[in-house]
Design a protein around this ligand. Structure first.
Ligand SMILES: Nc1ncnc2c1ncn2[C@@H]1O[C@H](COP(=O)(O)OP(=O)(O)O)[C@@H](O)[C@H]1O
Ligand SMILES: [Mg+2]
Length: 371
């Protein structure tokens, strides 16, 4: 997809910002606290139904205002013009896609695939399983139409089972929910396996482009239970007594993880923060490539403070990768360095200051390490 225009209203320090975007995307430059990340965050909110920096109710709405609004106009990969908008008050929200109201955030996110890399992205590698699971699920969600329904049904059944566990409900009340969980667990895991089948080679090629001097680890899926040995419904029955004591369901695809092997020769948990960031960036690049290979759809990449996160060699390699594969990118930073401008010359440059955004004719080209 290609984002044409983004309109952001009452989002953090942004009062009313409108940006028109060329096909390569844009740099957002300016001082700390100017509002650069907030612009990326607004696009993220539309593409994920949530931000990468906290919940809407926790400070995304510009102080003194009842709600925020984000509207995006884009052309999808079938060259159709699309528009989506979200108004959010922190408690309730309203969303529209092509003029029609939607009732779930996933309907809003489905046509608008974006990916984010930001200063906390190392958590994708060193953080809890949930983050890696979400990365895989993002891919399954955008390609397998049933995924969101299956995932919703699994969560619902799991919640019901947890409620029964806590209420000390009699055994016969569990059967229907456990059988639903079992069926949905299989469907979920099958979709994740398919997604992994595309993600794995994409991860290897992203790795080779970013870190050609080292070998990519082979990534795998831990399904969340011993799937090769037993059906989930059987295991849930077996674990019921223990789960009653704990008050939650201890096995199932809600515990799945993407196994990153030993990236850079050591367990992920032993990587330095800088190394973990590189591996995380590979994973984000792999998600984009996997979606493109699988469905022909190009996600828009939101790269927050990209230059500050990378050494100059990796920075160059990422820019080369972006330009070679034709991704549209929104990148924030303090300035645009000359090499970056040379590699992606058609990107717009916006100066952000105190929540206002101005298009710059002459980008502030700075020598040395900048954006
Ligand atoms: N809800 C809010 N209302 C008004 N201003 C906010 C709100 N939340 C954050 N801010 C301000 O917005 C700015 C956030 O900018 P940010 O996008 O993180 O800047 P940058 O990425 O340019 O450093 C900060 O100055 C912060 O104080
Ligand atoms: Mg920032």
């Amino acid at each position: 997809m290609q984002l044409k225009r983004l309109e952001v209203t009452n989002f953090r320090c942004l009062r009313a910002v409108e940006v028109a975007l060329p096909s390569q995307g844009a740099w957002f430059v300016g001082r700390n606290g100017a509002g650069k990340t907030s612009i990326l965050e607004a696009a993220c909110l539309l593409g994920f139904g949530r931000s990468f920096r906290g919940r809407v109710a926790d400070g995304l709405i510009r102080q003194g205002n009842p709600d925020l609004q984000v509207v995006a106009h884009w052309v999808d990969d079938a060259t159709r013009s699309r528009v989506a908008g979200l108004r959010h008050s922190g408690e309730s929200w309203e969303g529209r896609v092509d003029g029609a109201a939607v009732s779930t955030l996933s309907e809003l996110a489905a046509p608008f695939p974006v990916l984010v890399f930001h200063p906390e992205s190392s958590g994708l590698v060193t953080g809890p399983a949930e983050e890696r699971r979400r990365a895989l699920d993002w891919l399954a969600f955008h390609v397998e139409h049933r995924f969101s329904e299956v995932s919703r049904r699994y969560s619902r059944a799991q919640k019901q089972r947890n409620a029964l566990l806590r209420a000390g409900a009699p055994d016969d009340q569990f059967d229907a929910w456990e059988s639903e969980m079992g069926a949905m667990a299989e469907a979920l895991s099958a979709a994740r396996e398919s997604a992994l089948g595309v993600l794995r080679p994409s991860f290897e090629s992203a790795w080779t482009e970013l870190m050609p001097d080292s070998q990519a680890p082979e990534i795998g899926l831990r399904p969340g239970w011993r799937r090769s040995e037993s059906a989930l419904a059987d295991l849930l029955l077996l674990n019921r007594t223990r789960d009653r004591e704990l008050g939650y369901t201890t096995v199932g695809p809600h515990r799945a993880d993407v196994d990153l092997g030993e990236p850079l020769g050591v367990a992920s948990s032993l990587l330095s923060r800088g190394q973990a960031k590189l591996v995380a960036l590979c994973l984000v690049m792999a998600q984009a490539e996997a979606l493109r290979r699988w469905s022909g759809i190009r996600a828009v990449l939101l790269l927050d403070d990209l230059r500050a996160e990378l050494d100059s060699e990796r920075f160059s390699r990422v820019l080369e990768w972006i330009s070679r594969h034709g991704y549209q990118v929104l990148i924030s930073g303090t300035a645009v360095d000359p090499e970056a401008h040379e590699r992606l010359p058609e990107m717009a440059v916006f100066h952000v200051e105190q929540g206002e955004v101005m298009a710059l004719q002459d980008p502030p080209v700075e020598p040395g390490p900048a954006l």
